[in-house]
Design a protein around this ligand. Structure first.
Ligand code: FES
Ligand code: FE2
Length: 422
């Protein structure tokens, strides 16, 4: 790197360049402040609209980080609502199932009934109550809003910002990405014994790829600019993003090959036919199978915003704990939801276009298994890093320029929890 101001970090002097404290990763008290000042005041991703397409479809989300559990439901009018899963009579959990379809919610304790809007509609032996006004005993509503098909909730009764205001500054220019054409998902979830920030950190830099992923996908990353440095980064008030280049002469590093075919596929197969024969066979069998194509020039301006020819994908971290990495024709949506100061629920979903042939399905299976291995490699460091951080042997970590998103996260979280303690 030259002596000119060529570090990304130079653009964000408020982040500093010094060591970053480990206390926020291991302190139960700090976690309590994060719950109060961040998670109970911010929009949190809970799912996608495709999960509840019909009136009466619902799912239930446990949100330990907000000390509650919520029901997310599609009402008769097609609106999506969220409410606490707490019966207004004697507080039984109303819904026990994780998801389903219903006309009404019936409490399994004394049989109170609520409609899909959460209004109390039925009370057995109602005459024995004392001036019970049904309208006072509906379910407690939670603010709920949808951005590009992603459902978010906010525990504030009147959120300080609308979801749109929250998303626009950093992610307004990816609105219009073809999320609705990417309907074929595979998914995993796992409880990991590490702090949620530590989990996210392992996904918001590519410095680790050459080592942790040395045998799996390291050949997919473009190394022509040194140690897998970002094409560009953007650090917003709370959100952040990073764009990465790929080795177009690899199957994993050239995602557009499968839907574009032609020259893109020829390039992806040029070298991988020998070094990655199964990947190459999977790609060959899938070309032409995708239900939709995804012309690069139809993507919104914020996707591949550097307009790099070698673009691989963009990492978008939607504060606080939601990660969406966008390729031209598929995306990964990961949630790093805290459960305790040293425990998180990692939920990974990956969305592709539907494939119309057996060869296309084979390709998706190949990509699923390849990604499973990559995620296991990522997971392999997390509990070890948490345990090592908790020894107290080190009080700080040091970060290089390509790890700027890690630094930004630490800075933003600390700024927000500090406001609360002043
Ligand atoms: S607690 Fe739900 S009906 Fe009594
Ligand atoms: Fe990784």
């Amino acid at each position: 790197m030259s002596n000119e101001a060529s570090f990304f970090t130079d653009r964000y002097p408020e982040l500093g360049k010094g060591p970053v404290s480990l206390a926020p990763y291991i302190s139960p008290e700090y976690y309590e402040r994060e719950k109060a000042e961040i998670f109970k005041k911010t929009w949190l991703h809970v799912g996608r609209v495709e999960e509840i397409p019909n009136a009466g479809d619902y799912f239930v989300k446990e949100l330990a980080v907000c000390d509650t559990e919520i029901i997310v439901v599609r009402t008769k009018s097609g609106e999506i609502r969220a409410m606490h899963n707490v019966c207004a009579h004697r507080m039984n959990q109303l819904v026990y199932e994780k998801c389903g379809n219903t006309r009404k919610f019936f409490c399994k304790f004394h049989g109170w009934a609520y409609d899909l809007e959460g209004r109390l509609t039925g009370v057995p032996d109602e005459e024995c109550f004392f001036d019970l006004k049904r309208e006072d005993y509906g379910l407690t509503q939670v603010a709920c809003s949808v951005w590009q098909g992603f459902i978010f909730v906010n525990m504030q009764s009147e959120p300080a910002q609308s979801l749109e205001e929250f998303m626009k500054p950093v992610f307004g220019d990816i609105e219009g990405y073809p999320f609705e054409k990417l309907t074929c998902a595979f998914q995993w979830s796992s409880v990991v014994n590490c702090n949620w920030k530590l989990g996210l950190d392992a996904f918001q830099e590519a410095y680790h790829v050459a080592y942790v992923h040395g045998n799996s996908i390291a050949d997919a990353i473009d190394k022509s600019n040194g140690g897998m440095r970002p094409l560009d980064v953007i650090c917003g008030d709370v959100h952040r993003r990073l764009s990465l280049a790929g080795n177009q002469k690899s199957v994993y590093g050239n995602p557009k090959a499968v839907t574009s075919g032609g020259a893109a596929a020829a390039e992806a197969l040029a070298e991988s036919g020998g070094s990655r024969p199964i990947a190459a066979a999977a790609l060959r069998s899938a070309i032409g199978s995708a239900k939709h194509d995804f012309p690069m020039d139809a993507l919104p301006s914020g996707v591949n915003w550097t307009k790099s020819k070698n673009w691989l994908f963009d990492i978008n971290v939607i504060f606080p704990d939601f990660y969406v990495s966008l390729r031209p024709n598929y995306y990964q949506a990961y949630t790093f939801r805290p459960v305790a100061h040293n425990k998180m629920l990692f939920e990974a979903r990956v969305y592709y276009p539907e494939m119309t042939t057996a060869g296309g399905r084979f390709f998706l299976e190949y990509m699923k298994v390849a990604l499973r291995d990559v995620l296991l490699e990522d997971m392999s460091t997390l509990e070890r890093t948490q345990a090592a951080a908790e020894t107290g042997a080190k009080s700080h970590m040091i970060l290089q320029d390509s790890e700027i998103l890690v630094r930004h996260q630490a800075h933003v979280v600390d700024r927000l929890v500090s406001v609360g303690s002043n």
